[in-house]
Design a binder for this molecule. Sequence first.
Ligand code: B12
Length: 140
Amino acid sequence: MNVLGTSIFLVLLLEAAISICEDDKSYKNCSEQLTYTIRNRVQAPTFEYSLQIPFCHQPFIRIMERAVNESANYKFTATYFPTWGYFIDAINGVKGFYTVNQTWWQFLKAPNSILPVGVSSYYPEDRDHVIFNFTQSGGH
Ligand code: B12
């Protein structure tokens, strides 16, 4: 096989590997792992839950879907925006009303770094600790 043939073969192999990782049934074979915490200290019912989740290279929204399958506490609702992807409106029944009282779900890398992109654009790294923190604060 020449260099071009080898390159095409490797690309096809990579695509097959990615599609296997995207299969929800095979994610447990993924070697990367992260901690996903949801935290609300602002209003009743306050809560804090954490999950360890294995994952392959994929945007965080896929991991949130998986967390819903693991635990009833991780349910969420989201609005899709054409440019930025999904905006998380509510988690575990707690909804942000930014224009009314400046409450919203902040997307953080532990301990408290605001991520520069949303859940559709953020690809976590191995051993990340990602937090959704309910906050009452002006903007970001
Ligand atoms: C105001 C604002 C917010 C407000 C929106 C509240 C509201 N209802 O007004 C608040 C503070 C809640 C917010 C939150 C976040 N935001 Co913001 N936000 C903005 C800002 C400064 C202006 C948006 C606006 O009013 N546009 C004018 C209106 C008329 O247009 P619109 O399309 O209707 O705007 C809506 C969307 O932009 C949406 N929105 C706001 N932020 C985000 C973020 C994401 C990921 C999505 C999908 C939608 C979204 O809310 C707006 C009002 O409904 C923009 C910067 C910009 N210049 O666009 C950043 C911006 C859109 N936000 C950004 C980010 C990263 C976030 C957060 C992920 C930050 C974080 N780590 O927590 C969170 C979202 C977390 C979540 N829950 O999913 C980035 C998106 C970049 C990207 N590639 O994903 C931007 C571009 C800022 C930047 N970094 O340059 N945001």
